[in-house]
Design a protein around this ligand. Structure first.
Ligand SMILES: Cc1cc2nc3c(=O)[nH]c(=O)nc-3n(C[C@H](O)[C@H](O)[C@H](O)COP(=O)(O)O)c2cc1C
Length: 393
C-alpha cells in the first residue's frame, strides 16, 4: 500500500463521508456549501444518493475469484475501474492544486479526468499533469468565438473528448450561495464583502493557502478576444447567457473531430436526439441536483436511456455515487462507467491531491470487494441479474 498522510488513513478516513467531514472543517462555509449544496429544496440532490438504497444485490455465493478484473474501456481508453472524474467548476477555490491535482491523481489511479470550462488552471497545464485520458467540458460562456479558442487549445493540447453540458440554460437556484455571499465575495466591493468575511477568518488554513495562491483565480480557459482571461464571476452570471442547443452541437460536430459526449440527458427521447446529432457517448445526469430541482435521480432514468440508446453509443451516468457498491449498481443497470463528482471533490477540498487519491482508493477497493461478495469475476460480467429492482421500475 502507498504511504499516505496519517490524517487520510484509516481509521480517520474510511469512506467518502469522512472526506466530506474533513472538507467541511477546512473550507469556509461559502466554498463548502458551493460544493456540497444543490438547487432549491435539494430534493434531487438527496434523491440521487437515496435511490441507490432502492436497488439491492442478488449475490452468487460460494464462488472463488482468484483474479478480479475491474477494468473497462470508455471511448477507446482503458480505465482501471469504471469511473471518470467529473467536471467540477471552481476546483481551484477548494484547493490551490485544483484541476491539476485532480488530473494527476486520476492518472495515478488509472482513470480519466474531465476538466470544466470553469477552471482556474490553464487547460495546457492540466493536460500536462496526466498522461491518461483527459476530456474537456464545454460551456458556451462568452459565446461561440470564445469557445472556438478553447476548443482549438484543447485539441492542440491533446484532450481526447469534448463533453457538452446541456442542462444549464440558466444556473439552478442554489440557495446556499446567495445566503453565504458568493457573488459579493467573488466580485463585490470591499464594503459589500464585509458581512461575509468572518467565515473566511474562521478557516485560517484555507485562507492562507488561498492568499498564497494569489486570491480569486482568473478563468484561464475563457479568453475574451482583446481582453484576456475572464474574471471569476459567480455561477449564476456565468451561465446566464450560455444555453447550448442541438444546433450548437451540430456546429461543434463540425469544428471538433474527436468524440462528443452529451452530458445532462434524463429521457430516452433526448438520448435518441443526441445520437442523431452524432454523440459518441451520453451522460445520464441531473448535474448533481444543482440545476432543476425535482428532476429524477440519475440512476432511476438510467434504464430508460440505456434502452433508448440500444448499444449505439456508450452510456455513462453520474449523481449520488458515494460508494463502490453504487458504481457496481450503475454498471449492472447498463452504464459503461460512472462519473464521480463530489466523491473526489470532497477529497480535493480536504487535502489536495492526496485527498483525491484517497477517495479513488476507497472507491476502487469498494468495487473489488463488492464484486467478490457478489461472486462476479469482472466488471464486464456485471448485468441486471445481480440486482433486485423495485417492482414499479
Ligand atoms: C461543485 C460542483 C461544480 C460543478 N461544476 C460543473 C461544471 O463546471 N460543469 C459540468 O458539466 N458539471 C459540473 N458539475 C456537475 C458534475 O460534473 C456532476 O454532474 C455531479 O457532480 C455529479 O453528482 P455527484 O456530485 O453527486 O457525484 C459540478 C458539480 C459540483 C458538485
Amino acid at each position: 500500500m502507498r504511504s499516505r498522510p496519517r490524517a487520510l488513513a484509516s481509521p480517520r478516513i474510511i469512506n467518502i463521508y469522512d472526506l466530506r467531514h474533513l472538507a467541511q472543517r477546512r473550507l469556509p462555509r461559502v466554498v463548502f456549501d458551493y460544493l456540497d449544496g444543490g438547487a432549491e429544496s435539494e430534493v434531487t440532490l438527496r434523491e440521487n444518493c437515496r435511490i441507490f438504497d432502492d436497488v439491492t444485490f442478488r449475490p452468487r455465493q460460494a464462488v472463488a475469484i482468484p483474479e478480479c478484473d475491474l477494468r473497462t474501456r470508455v471511448l477507446a481508453a482503458d480505465l482501471a475501474f469504471p469511473a471518470i472524474l467529473a467536471p467540477i467548476g471552481y476546483s481551484r477555490l477548494m484547493h490551490p492544486g485544483g484541476e491539476v491535482a485532480a488530473a494527476a491523481a486520476a492518472e495515478e489511479a488509472g482513470l480519466a479526468y474531465c476538466l470544466s470550462t470553469i477552471s482556474g488552471h490553464k487547460l495546457e497545464n492540466v493536460r500536462a499533469a496526466s498522461k491518461g485520458p483527459v476530456w474537456y467540458q464545454l460551456y458556451l460562456v462568452g459565446g461561440r468565438e470564445v469557445a472556438e479558442g478553447a476548443i482549438d487549445r484543447a485539441r492542440r493540447a491533446g484532450f481526447s473528448a469534448l463533453v457538452v453540458t446541456i442542462d444549464t440554460p440558466v444556473a439552478g437556484m442554489r440557495e446556499r450561495d446567495p445566503r453565504n455571499g458568493m457573488k459579493e465575495l467573488l466580485g463585490g466591493s470591499l464594503f459589500s464583502k464585509l458581512p461575509f468575511l468572518p467565515q473566511m477568518f474562521a478557516r485560517p488554513g484555507w485562507l492562507a493557502s488561498f492568499l498564497l495562491d494569489g486570491g480569486v483565480p482568473k478563468l484561464e480557459n475563457i479568453v475574451i478576444p482583446g481582453k484576456g482571461p475572464m474574471s471569476l464571476i459567480d455561477v449564476t452570471a456565468a451561465l446566464s447567457h450560455a444555453v447550448v442547443t442541438w444546433e450548437d452541437i451540430r456546429w461543434l460536430k463540425r469544428i471538433w473531430t474527436g468524440p462528443i459526449v452529451v452530458k445532462g440527458v434524463l429521457t430516452g427521447d433526448d438520448a435518441r436526439r443526441a445520437l442523431d446529432e452524432g454523440a459518441a457517448a451520453i451522460i445520464v445526469s441531473n448535474h448533481g441536483g444543482r440545476q432543476l430541482d425535482g428532476a429524477p435521480a440519475a440512476l432511476r432514468v438510467l434504464p430508460e436511456v440505456v434502452a433508448a440508446v440500444n448499444g449505439q453509443a456508450e452510456v455513462l451516468m453520474d449523481g449520488g455515487v458515494r460508494r463502490g457498491s453504487d458504481i457496481v449498481k450503475a454498471i449492472c443497470l447498463g452504464a459503461r462507467a460512472v462519473l464521480l463528482g463530489r466523491a473526489y471533490a470532497f477529497g480535493l477540498a480536504a487535502a489536495g491531491k492526496p485527498g483525491v487519491t484517497r477517495a479513488l482508493e476507497i472507491l476502487r477497493e469498494d468495487v473489488e470487494r463488492t464484486l467478490r461478495l457478489l461472486g462476479c469475476p469482472s466488471v464486464s460480467a456485471l448485468n441486471s441479474s445481480y440486482l433486485n429492482l423495485p417492482k414499479h421500475w
